[in-house]
Design a protein around this ligand. Sequence first.
Ligand code: ZN
Length: 479
Amino acid sequence: MHGSVLDGSGSETFKADLLVRDGKIVFIGEVDPNRIKAEKVIEAEGKVVTPGFIDVHAHGNPLSEVSFRSFLADGTTTILLGQDGYHPSIAASQFSILPWMEAAGESSLELNVALFAGHGSLRRQAQIPDESAPNESQLDMMVSHLRGALENGCYGMSTGLEYVPGIYAQKPELEALAEVLGEYDAVMSSHMRNEDDDAIEASIGELLDLGKFCRIHASHLKVVYGKGTARGKEILALLDSAGQSGMKVSADVYPYIASYTGIGILFPKWAKTQTQFEKALKTRKKELETYLHNRVIKRNGPEATLFGSGKYAGKTLAEAAQQEGISYVELLLSIGPQGASGAYFIMDRELQDTFITHPELMIASDGSPTMLHPRGHGTMARIIERYVVKEKSLTLASAVYKMSGLPASTMGIKDRGLLQKGMVADILVFRPESIKEKATFSDPYQLSEGFDQVIVNGRLAWDNQELTDAKAGRLLRRK
Ligand SMILES: [Zn+2]
């Protein structure tokens, strides 16, 4: 009642009451409380009422014991999983997404979950050896597994072209899959091949080539060690001009200047897996050392890598090496490409801000409930606290659109992302000035504050910093 409604379309606020029944929004306008018998009334005077946020790039396993409350506390009611080329599966040896979907469909989830099929997982499902291209029958198999996933309600396919096995995928394979996605009007969401400053144009070019066939989406857009607003604008111009030529192109970004991934990101293509690494230690050790040295220097030095897992969690690469009394290259060799994950302070604030404040670029966390990076807990709050309230580089209407209406329409989530009659009732009630991102790099598990009520499928899921027992989320299937 009495809230200022921001409907998620980017339009400005208007005063209205919202009626929700059976999980749907049934009325927006002025309600006479004497004529309506409500089971529950939420007073929203002085607050805004917005759609629940849709995070198109998230990680984690909602079928495990780990709670996703950090997402609800941050205003997110729907997450898209199956990212960077990997989709979830029931067992490690089993690559089909379908049994997982069946299990998720029968489970009570804390929030809504939508899925991409993962390109790397499809590759493993088709039993394609990592370092080879698929033969004809293997490619047919991948295509048919992708079709199966899309028929069962996946929203598209993700790639992880910087990771094993996506790193081995070449054009014919990606084109064949893009064609299938095109048939379904589904999205190819790409962790691109290389996000470095001197390679980003080529990586975007590879993605844009696939835009002939299907909708394309650049995940967590960044320019590693690139600098300045002008550089950011160059990248945006590339995407904009592709969009103007009729291609359906989109991107998301997270509001931090550190990335987070496996330590393998520092290793060369020929030493990414444990087997490759062990072979390289025997046959190309000097070359590997030189590579690691140059790579770390290029990525702002050993002080700019902060371990998030493994023996050295909480320490920078420089600190860990000092503790062991060895060089950082020796330390990396002792850990290996699979031995840890970490945060990498390799982005430029000004450059990334051109993406974060672009009106048509969506915000996504790339976070998980357990990740040792604050983006798993604070992404959406950070956007409102820093960019809307403090710096005023985004209007609240624009920020909400970038976190609800825009991701919904891009990914084909047709009944969410907007506050309109007939839409599903995923709703937030909050005071923008009270939103606080609490998570930090040294304390990344702090819940965001200020999202007073978070409603999922018409039920109160998060109420004044408390998780309710609603478990109202569900597996979303693309219609
Ligand atoms: Zn990624």
